[in-house]
Ligand binder design. Structure first.
Ligand code: PMP
Length: 492
């Protein structure tokens, strides 16, 4: 990919070197977290940090209701093998079933997302008699045994050879991919390329078992595919005899705001669902949800995947907190507010190339300049270190590791957004200004430039647009983001 090459040819730039030296400086002062509460982390000196990334603690770190349920179960419940536990009082499977389409009626419990992916792979090969799998580029579905083959992010980073039974689809990334915003045929072109990949499996005498993907491509770089793209891929996969597996480890459990599961927001019905450890708020539990018919291929082995009493207690507590604290509705409105505020920052700072996401999950592309779109990993890392000094925790992802990820616990508030955006604005304003007078030439150092014409301090100290009309138009379009089957790519 052109942008991967771009990211390697900048190492001798003085500006890049300067950012790398900041990094070394910071690495000497790693953060040591000793306790946590809701969306806050505390270090050895009891300093409080705002956690914008740990989505596993879905309803908040150490949420008292979850801790209480886990402790009570630990004190009371047996952990036994070879004897029947009385499952009569298990409530979790029924509660979970209420959130899912009726055909996903069989649950197979595991301890991690990776185990659930491994099991889904077994189910699809046994059910279809196929051998091959289709994945999206830069995907991560775990790193154990067979599962690492399904994770290009892992095998590419470690220079491992791609297994011949794995086939990779390009992400429909309209910002940085091969086909971009402005090309009305972009989604069709991605689909046409995908069709070639899927058809080539049968043409080469092999048989497809499954397509596995996050319905919202979070780990590969917060790329929100258009519903049309995912729906069409599901059709192609089924025509080729494969099953469709949706990995909800990141985007599930109400995070997209409009729906409980992100596949629902995309208008697709997966054959197998991977649900990950946010269902345990950090307690190691995960599961595969599928139909009775598909699960039947396991025969007697199905008994190995039962729900333990502790999973039952913890899983129920997480669902109850989600409901009682209205966290799904909050994710929708707080997430929307976060994207609006970041979009305002984007107008102010040339380092922000793109702001995207859905519900309470946001990705921000850091670039050397909006015009060049050149991925600025060093700047992204520098921002993360500087934000840490401001007691705000961020992380980066993506091919070029230049995408700042915001996937906070679901109890994140509007006040947290205000604080995050103000600190980010401060850090960005203090960055040295770069410019490339001619594309590809060495950077020239300039003083920081703040585009005062487009933003001003608002009443609450949060950034407000001055050009009301433009911003309103923009927010009106973003409004549509929250509905099913819509995303920013559809609107372009
Ligand atoms: N799928 C996705 C999308 C993930 O992000 C992860 C890891 N967070 C996994 C699968 C694997 O889950 P686990 O770490 O529980 O094995």
């Amino acid at each position: 990919r052109a942008n991967q090459e771009e990211s390697t040819d900048v190492t001798n730039d003085p500006l890049v070197k300067m950012f790398q030296s900041f990094r070394l400086n910071q690495e000497q002062r790693p953060l040591k977290i000793v306790r946590s509460s809701y969306q806050y982390l505390y270090d050895t000196t009891n300093s409080e940090y705002l956690d914008c990334v740990n989505s596993v603690s879905h309803v908040g770190h150490c949420h008292p209701a979850v801790v209480k349920a886990a402790a009570a179960s630990m004190e009371r419940d047996p952990s036994i093998t070879g004897m029947d536990i009385d499952h009569g009082e298990m409530k979790y499977p029924d509660k979970l079933r209420q959130t899912l389409p009726h055909y996903l009626d069989t649950f197979l419990f595991c301890n991690s997302g990776s185990e659930a992916v491994d099991l889904a792979l077994q189910l699809s090969t046994l059910h279809t008699g196929g051998t091959d799998a289709v994945v999206t580029d830069n995907a991560f579905h775990g790193s154990i045994g067979s599962v690492h083959h399904l994770s290009p992010k892992v095998f590419k980073a470690n220079n491992m050879t791609k297994a011949d039974w794995v086939h990779i689809l390009a992400m429909p990334d309209l910002y940085r991919g091969q086909y971009q915003h402005g090309d009305p045929e972009a989604v069709h072109k991605y689909l046409s390329d995908a069709r070639q990949v899927i058809e080539s499996i049968t043409q080469s005498g092999r048989k497809l078992a499954c397509f596995i993907a996050e319905p919202m491509l979070v780990v590969p770089g917060m790329v929100i595919p258009s519903a049309a793209w995912l729906q069409e891929i599901y059709k192609m996969v089924r025509e080729a005899g494969g099953l469709c597996i949706a990995d909800e480890v990141q985007a599930g459990l109400g995070r997209v705001g409009s729906h409980f599961w992100s596949f629902q927001a995309q208008g697709v019905g997966p054959d197998i669902l991977i649900i990950g450890k946010n269902i345990g708020n950090g307690y190691p539990m995960a599961l595969v949800a599928t139909s009775r018919e598909i699960a039947a291929v396991l025969g007697d082995r199905i008994k190995e995947y039962g729900c333990s009493r502790m999973m039952d207690a913890v899983g129920c507590a997480v669902l109850e907190v989600l409901q009682e604290e209205h966290l799904m509705t909050a994710a929708m409105s707080v997430g929307k507010y976060l994207r609006e505020q970041l979009t305002i920052l984007q107008h102010k700072h040339d380092y922000i190339g793109d702001v995207r996401g859905l519900g309470l999950m946001v990705g921000l592309e850091v670039v050397w300049s909006k015009e060049s779109k050149r991925p600025a990993r060093e700047v992204a890392e520098h921002i993360i270190y500087k934000m840490k000094e401001e007691n705000v925790i961020l992380a980066c992802e993506g091919y070029n590791r230049n995408i700042l990820m915001m996937m906070p616990p679901m109890c994140f508030t509007r006040d947290n957004v205000v604080h995050l955006v103000q600190q980010l604005d401060k850090v960005l304003s203090e960055l040295p200004r770069h410019c490339y007078p001619v594309e590809g030439s060495a950077p020239v150092f300039c003083p920081p430039v703040v585009h005062q014409s487009t933003v001003s301090e608002g009443r609450l100290g949060i950034l407000q647009p001055q050009e009301e009309e433009d911003e309103e138009d923009q927010l009106a379009s973003r409004e549509n983001l929250e509905g099913p089957k819509h995303n920013y790519q559809d609107l372009d």
